[in-house]
Design a protein around this ligand. Sequence first.
Ligand code: DAH
Length: 341
Amino acid sequence: MIQDKIAQIREEIINFDLQNSTQLEDFRIKFLGSKNCIKDLFSDLKNVANEDKKVLGLELNSLKILAEEKFNSFQYDQKGNKSLNKRIDVSRPSESSPVGSHHPLSLVRDEIIGIFKRIGFTISEGPEIEDDWHNFSALNFPPEHPARDMQDTFFIQKDEREMALRTHTSSVQVRVMESTPPPIRTISPGRVYRNEAISARAHCFFHQIEGLYIDKGVSFADLKQTLLHFAKEMFGSQAQIRMRPSYFPFTEPSAEVDVSCSLCNQKGCNVCKYSGWLEIMGCGMVDPNVLTACGIDAKKYSGFAFGMGVERIAQLKYRVADLRMYSENDARFLKQFQSGI
Ligand code: DAH
């Protein structure tokens, strides 16, 4: 078979030892001389079926080029010593150097920030090492209140004080309310920590975005419409939301928000566990106790707050089932987000 012969000659060219001028001459005669073996194959081409001729012809040409390039890359000086003659083809396109990509969590965080920025929300940030007041007390978690156990906390000593790694970005809403007179319309992205065993579904650190809107006359209808707008921007215009009553110490009433499953168009799939809905965040009307603790007149002002996990939204958007992927820095995973640059 001509294909086998081509493969065999290619191997021979690649493995041919070129250590001295005699070997170089042998190489030239065998592969480039007037009766070289590649030429023989060119004459065999006439016995090949017409439709195969083109491909085989190209392969034979590349074999010839391989032999010529190998021959040309070796040159011997007068004493017969080998010296490599590197020919530089200045017209050859350069090899592209590898580029990095944005992390999927950054892409999703920036998309969420963009949606809220366009409707007038500012961005605020706070520290990851928090005191009890900002992470718990001001948010209406009294000492010994069982709700503190909802979030397993990492405690640390800092400057002789007991501090916590913040368990949620709700701590930033306290800082904003303490320092800014209403109206307030802000979102707070950031990393949070919880003392949890690492698995596909839980991690000891992850990312949240908190939202806060305080003004005169802010109602639950405003909250609902804002979140519906967010869901449509994030998941497409067909997206719907539903709210289920829930409990958080810092909001009253509180709700959990589900978005319609865009993976199965609500027909039911294993991601939405055949319910057609996916939980994406917690929210509610800011509890008057929280407004008062932060120095805002609860008789004059009302507001809503919400908090969502960035990993959760990214999981839905990119269908990444395992939370650990986001912090393992496996280049094969990260490369898939290169187009998002
Ligand atoms: N802080 C809550 C958590 O970490 C999320 C949350 C729920 C934030 C309701 C809110 C809210 O602002 O109103 O699970």
